[in-house]
Design a protein around this ligand. Sequence first.
Ligand code: AMP
Ligand code: FE
Ligand code: FE
Ligand code: ZN
Length: 282
Amino acid sequence: MMEYADLHMHSCLSDGDKSPKELVCVAEKRNISVMALTDHDCIDGLEQAKNEAKIRNIIFIPGIELSCYDEKDTHILGYNISSDNEELKQMLYSLQESRLSRMKKIIDGLSKAGFGITMDDVKKHCCGKVMGRPHVAAALIEKGYGKSVRDVFKKYIGTGCKYYVPYKKMDVSEGIDIIHKAGGIAVLAHPKLLRYNHEEFADLLTRYKAMGLDGVEVYYPCHYAEHVNLFLELSKKLKLFATCGGDYHNDFDKTKNNMGFKISLPGIKETLELLIEGADKK
Ligand code: AMP
Ligand code: FE
Ligand code: FE
Ligand code: ZN
């Protein structure tokens, strides 16, 4: 019987610590029947995860989590995207390049301030092409500059901190468009993290719906009943699909080790049917 699903997780090709293959093994241990790999700005792990999922009898949905911007960092999940879409590949290449030049600036800032940290120290923690602040955080912790990822974000590299450097992200509308062009469906990730009030969320989702947004991540580890109810209600009103995502990255980070939601949760079965049908056609 299909009991659990999870449509949001990361491998070491972005900022998780497991290979796509290992990630599928974790999903199997946690009794997941339907899973999606959604690396930040990267589709390189999809093939490996898909093959392993087939071996382990897990239904696999190819995904991505695009780093977009709309006054705040806003993440848009894309499902059933075609990995061979030229426009998507080009856009990911330019995002990865802009992340790399931004990484050079972060490291430059840190070394000028006396932190003994090099590009190689950071690269050691990154097995793919998507270099991000979580990898700097790992290098800083390794060098003894902080106790936890949260700690070093707070002290050094969090948004607004001394060593924070932004990089060029696409607008939410561009993110939705590119996902559609690649044949996928676009979903707003972890809305609660955007920290708007109820009215603002209603306006935001209405605006994104007009841009073509298809769904919203209703179920997420830090979404309590209040948020689930709000996003579920808005999803019904705006005809958006409800999705569930644990945003798994690794086992040791308390907020990043969640995986699996009951398929019986309101709205989920319908979404899975749609996604599974789409994945079959890929
Ligand atoms: P980047 O895209 O390189 O700017 O890094 C963003 C990623 O860093 C997010 O996807 C989160 O996984 C992580 N992150 C952002 N803020 C924090 C924080 N305060 N504590 C821990 N991780 C964070
Ligand atoms: Fe992440
Ligand atoms: Fe995210
Ligand atoms: Zn994520």
